[in-house]
Design a protein around this ligand. Structure first.
Ligand SMILES: NC(=O)c1ccc[n+]([C@@H]2O[C@H](COP(=O)([O-])OP(=O)(O)OC[C@H]3O[C@@H](n4cnc5c(N)ncnc54)[C@H](OP(=O)(O)O)[C@@H]3O)[C@@H](O)[C@H]2O)c1
Length: 268
């Protein structure tokens, strides 16, 4: 996999949707900046079927994703994405100095510690080669398998334990807790890349209040029915009417090759 180039002019257009390059003195209680970013088809699909890796973005929007990775301290995905795609979660952006890109810290939500990570997992191979960082895995399992704990530790990763009494009524880890755990690691910004469950829960009320910006790539193709669709839970009735869940404000549409990138801040 070669290095990627992202044009300075395109990067400029994204600035207002990105965390500040340096933050003065954030309090430990403040939550990290959250950018929700993903790619969909014209029929709002993230993948052609559950668990199937599906190429959507063209080369310019792929380079944009790596630019976003260079601008965030952490990159977060659910275990479903790790199992389906085996992603590298690193940054392959070319740098002017030749010193190599800044890699985000992968954060994987894996409540049951089911990810069968090994020396051959792409994210571990990249960490071993100095081309990425080893992941922090957020789990509710007090004792994940010892060989996995040791493997993560070998490369600077770890499991982060969330006690069961912190789960919400659906047995999920609340996003406030996930973000606090990320913040506790000194990570001040996170881009959340997927997959379906993660995106849909973050777009739903009330979690969408935690999202600072959305950077959405739309590819000019239809994937058809049965895909993994990006669509939040429908909002509660207000005065008997169905209402929109959320909308974007401060919107910019940025054409990148054949794709269009939609940027905005969440407004309700
Ligand atoms: N187009 C894109 O931009 C894009 C990006 C990423 C992924 N994808 C695609 O999306 C698909 C994967 O999506 P997915 O919905 O199957 O998986 P996912 O959202 O990546 O991961 C879902 C799993 O993560 C865990 N999880 C997530 N949030 C949690 C929370 N708040 N509390 C507790 N556990 C939580 C749960 O694990 P347990 O099941 O163990 O409880 C859940 O089943 C793949 O086909 C992939 O290719 C597309």
């Amino acid at each position: 996999m070669g290095t990627l180039h992202f044009a300075e002019g395109d990067a400029q257009k994204l600035q207002q949707y990105l965390p500040a390059s340096s933050t003065p003195d954030p309090s430990p209680q403040s939550r990290p900046w959250v950018t929700l970013t993903y790619a969909t088809s014209l029929d709002a699909s993230l993948a052609v079927a559950p668990g199937v890796r599906t190429a959507l973005s063209g080369p310019r929007s792929q380079a944009m994703t790596h630019y976003l990775r260079s601008r965030h301290a952490a990159i977060c995905v659910g275990v479903g994405t790790v199992e389906a795609d085996g992603p590298g979660l690193n940054c392959r952006l070319a740098t002017k100095t030749g010193s190599g890109p800044r890699h985000p810290r992968p954060v994987i939500i894996d409540p049951r510690a089911r990810w069968a990570l090994s020396e051959e997992s792409k994210v571990i191979r990249l960490a071993r080669a100095g081309q990425g960082l080893a992941p922090f895995v957020i789990t509710t399992q007090m004792t994940p398998r010892r060989e996995r704990v040791e493997l993560l530790q070998r490369y600077g990763g770890k499991y982060i334990f969330v006690p069961l009494d912190e789960l919400d009524t659906d047995g999920r880890i609340p996003w406030t807790v996930i973000l606090q755990e990320i913040r506790n690691e000194g990570l001040l910004s996170v881009m959340i890349e997927g997959g379906g469950q993660v995106i849909n829960s973050l777009l739903s009320v009330p979690n969408n209040e935690l999202v600072d910006s959305v950077v959405l790539t739309i590819a000019p193709k239809w994937l058809g029915q049965g895909g993994v669709v990006a669509s939040p839970v429908r909002a509660a009735h207000e005065g008997g009417c169905l209402t929109e869940v959320a909308r974007l404000k401060d919107v910019e549409w940025i054409p990148l090759g054949e794709d269009i990138v939609l940027c905005g801040n969440i407004g309700r």
